[in-house]
Design a protein around this ligand. Sequence first.
Ligand code: AN7
Length: 359
Amino acid sequence: MKSAPNDWPGVVRAYAEYLPVDDSTPVITIQEGNTPLIPVPNFVEKIGGRFSLFLKYEALNPTCSFKDRGMTMAMTKAVERGAKVVVCASTGNTSAAAAAYAARAGVKCAVLIPDGKIALGKLAQALMYGAQTVAIRGNFDQALNIVRQLGEDPEIEIVNSINPYRIEGQKTAAFEICDQLGRAPDFHFIPVGNAGNITAYWKGFLEYHKAGKCSSLPRMFGFQAAGSAPIVEGHPIENPETVATAIRIGNPASWQGALDARDQSNGFIGKVTDEEILEAYKLIARTEGILVEPACAAPLAGLIKTLKNQPGVIPADAVITATMTGHGLKDPDTAISASGFEPVRTDATHEAVLAALKS
Ligand code: AN7
């Protein structure tokens, strides 16, 4: 079927020259990518910065997270080699993306999630897209171990980021940032969970630099939640905890990739508390009208912390980008409880509403 003339073709076709595809590759796409890079001057002013900050708003992908970039690539290669079933472990967003792209591809999908520890919207997505959804009495790290065992069957393709095609797809976000800015940023801030995305961004920036598309490279600043900060602590965390369930991961698969990104870019990987995450989560919503899921607030809280604890690290004229990995509507429970407000209930009259507004 022909697409409409102005249609964006999705990230695999848009960046085909940097990806393991050719003209005959059966691309599975839902037109992911081409997401906005939004300036957030009110937020910067509020936190006392003078730099420029832009948010790569990955919430506007088809399943409302950055995972679609990796999933279009992984599903394309799975279909190309004739895999019959795809599986993943997930804190929610990978399972949503896997389920959607599997539906599009017409392959079976099974997802393993930590029971009771994924945001409501993400669960709704896996179920609606038709994935076999298995909630284990355990955490993400345990689910990923089981998935590694399931993947020993040749008919089954693992679509977690241990699948290298996931990283290939996700690196396109770094390309888009350079294309949108007309240069590479000076710093890139990003949440770190399983550490696939920080690995992918750094790969993307390096490849674009090598291709002559940008003349500098950013310093990569990644942030974990304090209760789930294995890379910062230097050892796996057996029982990771955080309000940011997306990054509730104690033994990241791409640990080494995150260290390489940090060390090669003269970067930093730090941790922020749940309290700091929730503060930044509210602040970005209330100063800019941008609702993200709690994990995305980790790099924002990290930026605030860097300004406070390491003055001088960020020059006043710096150009900073930060990835907002997923949509705030995925986790309505946390949004409602963190807002600090409740609707005021009144009778359905003009007077009653006026009285309520004045109270
Ligand atoms: C919103 O869905 O691991 O460091 O299973 O959903 O590449 O893992 C999600 C991770 C950041 C961390 N922000 O990215 C999963 C999963 C959001 C996320 C991350 C995730 P990685």
